[in-house]
Design a binder for this molecule. Structure first.
Ligand code: SF4
Length: 98
């Protein structure tokens, strides 16, 4: 791992520890940045944490239903209709399987 990348990872960890909220995905994001192995679920939680800027506005639903990770977003409110405007075309029951 290059020096620059290592420094960038450390800067990211410090930033999370200083301003990132204690929310789902925080530990997983840090774990990834430390170079530790993460599961797919942990990777998603960590990615959403990063995407939400460390939830500095509070742990909330991103409401980006078109994101392919949205069905796994930890604060998702919407259980059905995960892709707005498309679910009405799906066979009955498909939306509930997500
Ligand atoms: S589900 Fe939301 S928070 Fe997670 S990666 Fe997609 S847009 Fe970002």
């Amino acid at each position: 791992m290059g020096y620059f990348l290592e420094g960038e990872r450390m800067d990211n960890i410090k930033s999370i520890e200083q301003i990132g909220k204690k929310a789902r995905g925080r530990a997983e994001r840090i774990k990834h940045l430390r170079g530790e192995r993460v599961t797919q679920r942990e990777a998603i939680l960590g990615h959403c944490y990063d995407c939400m800027g460390g939830y500095t506005d509070g742990a909330r639903d991103c409401e980006i239903e078109t994101c392919s990770l949205y069905p796994f977003h930890p604060y998702r409110k919407s259980v059905t209709g995960h892709i707005a405007g498309i679910d009405s075309n799906l066979p009955a029951g498909v939306a509930q399987t997500v």
